[in-house]
Write a protein that binds this ligand. Structure first.
Ligand code: NAD
Ligand code: GLY
Length: 369
């Protein structure tokens, strides 16, 4: 990443039915965390939850920022990775918060990627029936998606994100400089959700990404601008539909097939890689069915491939349909699929599992890139 002397602090105001808060996006902004936490939460004690990879990189900086505001800032580092986003870890985090004697007015600070954000957010949602959470996302995926909008969850043996709660954060601080320490694989994984947002709501961003793919080496101001634009796109959706009764379902574009790919791979493939492939599969199928404008699938494939993400899957159709039958978004014998009708628009359609099987057959036919 090349640093830029001119990366302004961007503030995106989110206003949902349950809480209003700011998402701050910038470079080298974590030094201001302490005073921001005090202003946004009024908490007398922040408790930091991080993981064993992010902690050694950024916890000292976060502690210094909180100490500068007079906070003692106890912390807990959970083992890193999706395999640890389960009930056992949640119990450990809740015990650590209780031992630190946090009170009702205090806040959890989630420092890490989507796994830490989801689990620490869920701990905050259930500790004393709900305290506050501040999200400090450190992966691209967490910055553009999981830290905003209030979904928190852990995985159960029967499925991913099966146990959870809505808890809007009180503040989100995304410092794009933290992206420089990500593994290339994890960085690229986050671009899947970026392309999804562009397909849903911003043709200019979509074209820009196709011509100038997002890379870790990019100028930090370009990264910050793209992150902030993604937060605005998500903000516009969750402001209207916090609880996913309607419009918010469109954020699941690419996810029904994507989750099926993820589950069929035994969660070896990253979420964003699977969403990207799911998005392309969906676009090919819906174009073939006449539900999307002609040429859309090719455009999406070009943008996805330019980011270094897969445009299809070699997982068998039957496995994908089987996994989709267990998806959280299933309703009886049908599933809701999100149809990209054009760049900048999408609609929700309920299809039977039989129709879904046809979609998978039409969309996921073997051309790996
Ligand atoms: P992650 O949190 O597991 O992070 C990926 C890896 O990168 C981890 O090993 C982590 O320790 C490491 N890491 C994080 N930040 C780093 C940094 N700055 N430098 C070096 N290493 C770093 O994965 P993720 O992709 O961020 O998040 C995926 C999770 O997000 C999934 O559990 C998914 O279900 C969830 N999610 C939630 C929502 C939501 O709305 N709540 C939306 C999308 C995804
Ligand atoms: N990641 C989709 C949502 O937050 O609704």
């Amino acid at each position: 990443m090349s640093t830029s002397a001119t990366t302004p602090l961007r503030t995106i105001a989110v206003q949902t039915a349950s809480r209003s808060y700011d998402v701050l996006v910038g470079a080298d902004i974590l030094g201001g965390l302490g005073s921001r936490v005090r202003t946004a939460t009024g908490a007398s004690r922040p408790f930091v939850v991080t993981d064993t990879t992010v902690g050694p990189l950024y916890l000292t900086r976060i502690e210094e920022a909180l100490h500068a505001e007079g906070y003692d800032a106890p912390s807990f580092a959970m083992p890193a990775g999706e395999v640890n986003k389960h009930l056992g870890t949640l119990g450990d985090v809740c015990q650590a918060i209780a031992q630190a004697e946090l009170s009702r007015d205090d806040t959890v600070v989630a420092l890490g990627g989507g796994v830490v954000g989801d689990l620490a957010g869920f701990a905050a949602a259930i500790y004393m029936r709900g305290i506050q959470v501040v999200q400090v996302p450190t992966t691209l995926l967490a910055m553009v998606d999981s830290s905003v909008g209030g979904k928190t969850a852990i995985d159960a043996t029967a499925g991913k994100n099966l146990l959870g709660a809505f808890l809007q954060p009180s503040l989100v601080m995304a410092d794009v400089q933290t992206l420089s320490t990500l593994s290339p694989e994890v960085f690229v994984d986050g671009i899947g959700e970026v392309v999804k947002h562009a397909v849903l709501a911003d043709e200019a961003l979509f074209e820009e990404l196709t011509v100038h793919p997002l890379t870790q080496a990019a100028d930090e101001d370009y990264l910050a601008r793209v992150v902030a634009r993604n937060v605005e796109i998500k903000r516009d959706v969750v402001n209207t539909d916090e609880r996913e009764r309607g419009l918010r379902q469109t954020l699941n574009l690419g996810h029904t097939i994507g989750h099926a790919i993820e589950a069929s791979s035994g969660y070896r493939l990253g979420h964003g890689h699977c969403v990207a492939a799911g998005l392309c599969c969906m676009a090919r199928a819906t174009e073939a069915l006449g539900w999307s404008e002609p040429g859309l699938a090719r455009r999406i494939e070009r943008c996805v491939a330019a980011q270094g993400l897969p445009t299809t899957t070699d997982i068998a159709h039957e496995d994908l349909v089987y996994q989709a039958a267990f998806d959280k978004k299933r309703h009886g014998d049908s599933v809701n699929v999100i149809v990209p009708t054009a760049i900048g628009s999408a609609e929700v359609r309920r299809v039977s599992l039989e129709e879904f099987s046809r979609i998978v057959e039409l969309g996921c036919s073997g051309r790996s890139c």
